[in-house]
Design a protein. Structure first.
Ligand SMILES: [Zn+2]
Length: 375
């Protein structure tokens, strides 16, 4: 499996200059071709991009010093974006701005060295750079495959090191848990444990909303407008960091404590159609939780399953299996079964159902494997 370690990076002034010049070259090339495509049309884009690439590389002072591979990568990304926008869901690519996240990937894995004792990373062309992160580690696991250097929206530098880890053998499970993800309670576990939404995050959301309002009052393009936008960018990155930290804490605990872990799949169609901001944020949060649970389970030899998104986990009675359509909307907080008089918290009821679905998937998996061996 592949795994990424992301470090905050502190390049000195010379290193910063080198990194920024790569970003500048990439951005120039990207915007240059985008404007060409806007002018000449998308149809023969691939041909004239190849054609004028050499030209730009020779003549432009921003692009010339940047390695061809980095320029190629950003052009591939542009071509990808153009392909995507044909499938209508994505809009036509926009010009890249200095304020956005900029990144490039270094593939010479033999020359990338991470030393967590001295807290330094060695990168080709750039040399040794101070890093921060993973305080309790003295080394990283796995074999380094590549490193992505980025300057995020908040203007800070990061490096993400991708490593390859051989698969861990699954351990024999001794316990099982079902998890219901929700808006009111972030995660309800089938054994009654709960994880609340982080209050800290709510505070950020308020500040972001206020900042958005402020921005809408500023004149576009003015100095104050850019100041405000920068402030907003910083808030967004801080929020996403705070959220990530909290989610990592939760998924670490869950994958440490349980051997068979089951969640529901997310209803992607509903997610796309959603326009509510707080619902959108929680969707992002849910998919991040699922992603983390998946790779952490794999890393620890635990089993992770996802019940079908169409399984009626909140409508089914976890005791007798009776399905009551009444519980389809989110209004009711308690599940009351007409048949067996079972009364349970709605989320807990759902998480128990999800646990049973996980058990089914586990048994199916095991049985099928054994049956296959017999043949
Ligand atoms: Zn019942």
């Amino acid at each position: 499996m592949y795994l990424a370690y992301k470090f905050r990076m502190y390049p000195d002034e010379i290193q910063k200059k080198k990194i920024n010049s790569i970003f500048d070259g990439q951005r120039y090339a990207y915007n240059y071709y985008l404007s060409e495509i806007k002018e000449k049309g998308n149809k023969y884009a691939n041909y004239y991009i190849q054609d004028s690439m050499n030209n730009l590389k020779k003549t432009n002072e921003l692009v010339a010093p940047v390695r061809q591979t980095y320029i190629n990568k950003i052009i591939f990304r542009l071509q990808d974006n153009l392909k995507k926008c044909k499938n209508s869901k994505f809009g036509f690519p926009r010009y890249k701005s200095y304020l956005e996240r900029n990144s490039f990937t270094i593939n010479e894995n033999d020359y990338i060295k991470v030393n967590l004792k001295t807290r330094k990373i060695k990168l080709p062309d750039l040399g040794e750079i101070k890093i921060r992160g993973y305080r309790d580690r003295t080394s990283i696991d796995g074999m380094v495959r590549n490193a992505t250097v980025s300057r995020e929206k908040n203007g800070k530098y990061y490096v993400s090191v991708l490593v390859y880890l051989p698969d861990v053998k699954s351990i024999e499970p001794t316990n099982i848990v079902g998890i219901d993800l929700g808006i009111k309670m972030l995660a309800t576990l089938s054994d009654g444990n709960i994880y609340e939404n982080n209050r800290y995050i709510e505070k950020y959301e308020k500040r972001i909303k206020r900042c958005h309002k402020e921005l809408s009052r500023k004149q576009k393009g003015s100095n104050n407008y850019y100041k405000c936008r920068k402030k907003l960018n910083i808030l967004y990155t801080e929020l996403s960091n705070a959220r990530k930290y909290y989610l990592h804490k939760i998924t670490k605990e869950i994958t440490d404590n349980y051997d068979i872990i089951t969640c529901e799949k997310l209803r992607t169609q509903e997610m796309i159609e959603n326009t509510n901001l707080s619902k959108k944020i929680s969707d992002v949060e849910f998919s991040e939780i699922l992603r983390q649970l998946q790779y952490k389970s794999k890393r620890k030899g635990k089993r992770f399953y996802q019940a079908s998104e169409y399984y009626p986990s909140s409508q089914t009675c976890s005791v007798c299996g009776h399905i009551d359509k009444k519980y389809k909307d989110l209004g009711e907080r308690t599940y009351e079964c007409n048949y067996c008089q079972n009364i349970l918290d709605r989320d807990l009821n759902a998480s128990i159902n999800i646990m049973f679905e996980g058990l089914k998937l586990f048994m199916k998996n095991r049985y099928l494997k054994k049956a296959y061996k017999r043949i």
